[in-house]
Write a protein that binds this ligand. Structure first.
Ligand SMILES: Cc1cc2nc3c(=O)[nH]c(=O)nc-3n(C[C@H](O)[C@H](O)[C@H](O)COP(=O)(O)O)c2cc1C
Length: 207
């Protein structure tokens, strides 16, 4: 089993998503002695934004790309290779302004590419994901509470976006562990972390 961890919080020591991810991976490794593991930290080292040359290179066949085009796509190719390598994706994606952090969005812009992670049939105008046979587990802390049926529930573009974009590239088995209420009084804040921790430890044993 091959696990890729992607972290996108801009915080390190204080990050809830990083702390819970770290605990999850330790437990996962205890249960998967022969499991393989890689980490990608787009919070600390975000990939470059696509450029005009990048988009030209992206939409032409690989054999027709110039050396400059190959160079501009090199980081994206590496990110896609490690994504396709993984059977399991652990994503640390806090809610930033009701959606995902820009560090995660630029990661998405680099990995969602035609003929690499999805195909497009112009005749039927249909898309098909190529990143198949994977499971994703996402840890999403937030200051407030964005559960369905709460006053702010309709503003949770983080979860809806994650489900849409992962599904688009073929990842259908998605578990999202929200860690809400992180700006609430300490007891409520800690209780939320503890509830997420319990869920994560149960998943780590069988995932
Ligand atoms: C730029 C920025 C925007 C944020 N926007 C929201 C938001 O829209 N809703 C919310 O509930 N929390 C928001 N937060 C709070 C974070 O979701 C919260 O602090 C979370 O714990 C961060 O994840 P981390 O602990 O893994 O770093 C924001 C934080 C930052 C830095």
């Amino acid at each position: 089993m091959k696990l890729l961890e992607v972290q996108s919080s801009v915080r390190l020591e204080q990050s809830i998503s990083r702390t819970l991810s770290h605990e999850f991976i330790q437990t996962w490794q205890n249960f998967h002695a022969d499991g393989r593991y890689k980490q990608r930290d787009v919070g600390m080292n975000p990939p470059a934004h696509p450029t005009e040359l990048w988009t030209v290179a992206n939409y032409i066949p690989p054999d027709s790309r110039t050396p400059d085009m190959k160079t501009v796509l090199a980081d994206s190719e590496q990110l896609i290779e490690e994504l396709l390598w993984a059977d399991r994706l652990l994503l640390g994606v806090p809610m930033y302004n009701f959606s995902v952090p820009s560090t995660f969005k630029v990661y998405v812009d680099n990995i969602v590419r035609v003929n690499r992670t999805f195909t497009f049939d112009p005749t039927s105008f249909t898309f098909e994901g190529l990143a198949i046979n994977k499971k994703a587990l996402v840890i999403t802390p937030s200051a407030g509470n964005f559960a369905p049926n709460t006053p702010m529930g309709s503003m949770n573009f983080c979860e809806t976006y994650l489900r849409s974009i992962l599904g688009f590239i073929g990842i259908e088995d998605i578990t999202i562990i929200a860690v809400p209420n992180q700006f609430m009084p300490d007891e409520i804040r800690r209780q939320s972390i503890e509830q997420a921790r319990v869920k994560l430890m149960m998943i780590a044993a069988t995932w």
